[in-house]
Design a binder for this molecule. Sequence first.
Ligand SMILES: [Zn+2]
Length: 301
Amino acid sequence: MKSSSEIIRTARSLGIGIPAFNIAHLPMTEPVIRAVADQDSFALIEVSRIDWMKFGAKSPAAVIDEFNKWVKPDHVRMHLDHVPVIDEDGKRVDYRAVISDAISRGYQSVMVDASRLPLEENIRATREVAEIAHKAGVPCESELGAVLGHEAGPLPPYEELFASGKGFTRPEEAARFVRESGCDWLSVAIGNIHGAVSEATRDQKKVEARLALDHLETLAKVTGVPLVLHGGSGIKREHVLASMKKGIAKINVGTEIRQAYETGLKTGGSVAAAQDAVYERTVSLIRDWFGLSGIRSRILA
Ligand SMILES: [Zn+2]
């Protein structure tokens, strides 16, 4: 079976960004996998600590159990998304225990997020987790720069943020970070933002984000590793498509399919209706938005 590491490397060389769909509610797993398979596409299924702490994913164990019920190995792999060292509420997390436990349960790649810490500490925490992951033969993703949105409170005005480049991943730091931490994939901040998590704002539509594509190209060149785009829903489409040609090999999608599920549950009144909504939205993202129908054979070749 082709490993997640090889899959993302292949995607990078083909100029394809593999979507990674967040499971915020357990019943989303089945329709997402079915949509990927029906489109003859390829995706990662992922869960972040926020998905189980603040939404309905319950735990990493619950998600991989659900994944194993529906898995189609020609179409999906399981990834552990954001396990922060310091979380969105400023609390310390026992990230090593969470990540080691997930690896022992069969997660095929993991992410540690120490991006709220100073560079040196981010390098140290990432190196530690990369070593744990590599011992088990799985790749490690990490984040450098500030991909905002998870924190409570209002975002700074988007246009101001974009124009100033504040929080963007800095090329000289990124090169050093990858070299010294040994991370395999790097999540970068290039204008992308996370969907809102706080109770007050989580139902709102995201602002349309843009991407600093020249900046991305520089980051890809100086790091030499596949880059990851977080906050992949709600970015200007031409920018998302261009980003795949310039170094983005994995694109995280959370808010859009979560909101499809929650709206489906409210208006349709049943889990089945919510699952239908997730299926439809996932199909349309893969086929119409990302243009990734039929990529399976090229990814697995
Ligand atoms: Zn993220």
